[in-house]
Design a protein around this ligand. Structure first.
Ligand code: NAI
Ligand code: PYR
Ligand code: MG
Length: 372
């Protein structure tokens, strides 16, 4: 199969979808791998590394896309990339479509087959291609929030661990999944007072057992959210309803109850965000202030630690990439019921129910699309 790896073009996105190690696996199975010149540079991989692994380097982006059957990316396609997609292409990347109607319609119009990392499942009910980047983003969320609490960033001037004689800061994490647990662990490690809210009692049980009271667990209700807004120095939004737009859990009205200079870190921004006042930001300008509250809403947080993130992401994606390359997308999805929900768009049709619901579109059943 002809496989292309473009250089990512989203603001400050330095990850790459395939490492030289992955290129070697693909080339060794007889696939033709083309990597855009300097695509791996931000993650520490040179063109020569890819060539040594059996890939060819393509300097011309038009040629790269025109010759490809399978396109491997990290971030959702940007408008210039959507314009390059045709029915010949299978695109494998993060998509987060429920947060972005123009992108959804653009992919439908392209006729391409679009498979999302974030809706692939596993036998334990997890999201194995989201989890490594959720781990990174959860761990970064506390770093980003702690920096935002500094006065120079518009924050309240609170040091999360406090000092002897001064109480630590309070961090509330909404959503105790992969992002939430990793954020809570970092906040705990820094010495903050940490609370996790979740709608899933089963998940709260796991967290309670794991942290033995060092992290408080609270069932998420309107009351609990109001208490969190009144008391917290930092709130981290980490909820997910897979494939769907995030619920808005903190409204603009509730910001008035927060302490001035408190910080909201909306990690769920890639699914539209879980705070009413959230809008996507970039690493170039990560924060903004609404009603005295600092908002950090970067939609590609792991891009900032591209070396670690690229390795973590590609460890998880490579087996799926190999299946797509070896079998073609239809057979690969037919053979694996956990890969099948990755299919979001094919030949103009949305094939993921929550995305179709977000925009009032008809959805096609992915199982009938792949046949069998
Ligand atoms: N901004 C960024 O750079 C990145 C963002 N993310 C995003 O972070 C979000 C969280 O991802 P994961 O932790 O992997 O998901 P997850 O599925 O592991 O955890 C989500 C948790 O939210 C809980 N939840 C759902 N609705 C809730 C509600 N109304 N109230 C309280 N809890 C609720 C669920 O019970 C679950 O425990 C996703 O939107 C993901 O795409 C992930 C990586 C990078
Ligand atoms: C999950 C995601 O959107 C990211 O890693 O950028
Ligand atoms: Mg994202």
């Amino acid at each position: 199969m002809k496989i292309a790896v473009p250089k990512e073009i989203k603001n400050h996105e330095y990850r790459v979808a395939l490492t030289p190690t992955g290129a070697r696996e693909l080339a060794g199975r007889g696939h033709q791998v083309s990597v855009q010149a300097s695509a791996g540079e931000g993650a520490g991989f040179t063109d020569a590394d890819y060539q040594a692994a059996g890939a060819q380097i393509e300097a011309d982006v038009d040629t790269l896309w025109c010759n490809a059957e399978l396109i491997l990316k990290v971030k959702e396609p940007q408008p210039d990339e959507v314009a390059r997609l045709t029915p010949q292409h299978t695109l494998f990347t993060y998509l987060h479509l429920a947060a972005e109607e123009p992108l959804t319609r653009g992919l439908m119009k392209s006729g391409a087959t679009c498979i999302a990392y974030e809706t692939i499942t596993d036998a334990r009910g997890g999201l194995p291609l989201l989890a490594p980047m959720s781990t990174v983003a959860g761990r970064m969320a506390v770093q980003a929030g702690a920096h935002s609490l500094e006065k120079a960033q518009g924050g309240a001037g609170v040091l999360l661990p406090g000092v002897p004689g001064v109480a630590p800061g309070k961090v509330t994490v909404i959503g105790g999944g992969v992002v939430g647990e990793n954020a809570a662990r970092m906040a705990l490690g820094l010495g903050a007072e940490v609370t996790i809210l979740d709608k899933s009692l089963a998940r709260l049980e796991v967290l309670d057992d794991r942290y033995q009271g060092r992290i408080k667990t609270v069932y998420s209700t309107a009351d609990a959210l109001e208490t969190a807004t009144r008391e917290s120095d930092m709130i981290i939004g980490a909820v997910l309803v897979p494939g769907a737009a995030a619920p808005k859990l903190i409204t603009r009205r509730m910001l008035a109850d927060m302490k001035p200079g408190s910080v909201l870190v909306d990690v769920a921004i890639d699914q539209g965000g879980c705070f009413e006042t959230s809008k996507p930001t970039t690493h170039a300008e990560p924060t903004y202030i609404v009603d005295g509250i600092v908002h950090y809403c970067v939609a590609n947080m792991p891009g900032a630690v591209a070396r670690t993130s690229t390795q973590g992401l590609t460890n998880a994606t490579l087996p799926f990439v190999l299946a797509l390359a070896d079998k073609g997308w239809q057979q690969a999805l037919r053979d694996d019921p956990h890969f099948l929900p990755g299919l979001n768009v094919h030949a103009g049709q949305v094939t993921y129910q929550a995305v179709a619901d977000a925009f009032g579109l008809e959805s096609s059943d992915p199982a009938s699309v792949v046949g069998g």
